[in-house]
Design a protein around this ligand. Structure first.
Ligand SMILES: Cc1cc2nc3c(=O)[nH]c(=O)nc-3n(C[C@H](O)[C@H](O)[C@H](O)COP(=O)(O)O)c2cc1C
Length: 185
């Protein structure tokens, strides 16, 4: 099965985006994938903001991208686009860091006014970095994600099915099989 890097670009210590990704990580693991969770906020700020390409943590992050077959990129919508934190990491990766990789773009936000932020903001950046296949993404309203790890469900039923579908399409694109798609095939 595929090696997947699951990247959250939220700076928040109580991030709904991260909670959503970790929830989907479990689904991907259940389908047999090897998933590495990665929160950009854990990288040293000085390295990110000082464009320290050679910092060991930035080098290690670059290697995680190199080793991945598939990458989940999750970001909160900030000011109608992806987070500055996510961009600060993408800027330090090689220009074609996503070459040959399958990418699942995900966003969370407070308003459906920005439901297209994935397509007009995030997708072009991922494409410019060489992603070979960017599967359909999904925008999730923050109110539909549990406020903490102890609440259930993690994702409201209204959006859970759509998230499962895009996650399963990503899995299939990576050569995986899913229970959901097998049932509907
Ligand atoms: C600085 C800031 C800017 C935001 N800008 C937007 C925005 O333009 N559009 C939107 O839909 N939500 C916006 N939001 C709401 C967040 O995208 C939303 O609450 C998101 O789920 C937060 O994810 P996180 O908990 O992972 O950081 C903004 C939140 C913050 C803190």
């Amino acid at each position: 099965m595929a090696a997947i890097l699951s990247v959250s670009g939220s700076p928040s210590p109580t991030s709904r985006t991260s909670r959503l990704l970790r929830h989907l990580d479990d689904r991907l693991r259940a389908q047999g994938h090897d998933v590495t969770p990665f929160d950009v906020r854990n990288l040293p700020a000085q390295a990110l903001l000082g464009a320290d390409f050679k910092h060991p943590a930035i080098v290690a992050a670059t290697e995680l991208f190199e080793r991945a077959d598939g990458v989940v990129i999750g970001t909160p919508v900030y000011k109608a686009a992806y987070s500055g934190l996510l961009k600060s990491l993408l800027d330090l990766l090689p220009q074609y860091a996503l070459t040959g990789k399958t990418v699942l773009p995900l966003a969370t936000g407070g308003s459906t006014a920005h439901v297209l932020a994935i397509d007009y903001a995030l997708r072009p950046v991922l494409s410019s970095m060489g992603a070979s296949h960017i599967v359909p993404g999904w925008f999730t309203l923050d109110k539909d994600i549990a406020p903490d790890d102890h609440s259930t469900p993690i994702v409201a039923p209204a959006t859970a099915e759509a998230l499962a579908q895009v996650t399963d399409l990503f899995s299939v694109a990576l050569g995986g099989k899913t229970g959901v798609l097998r049932r509907t095939a």
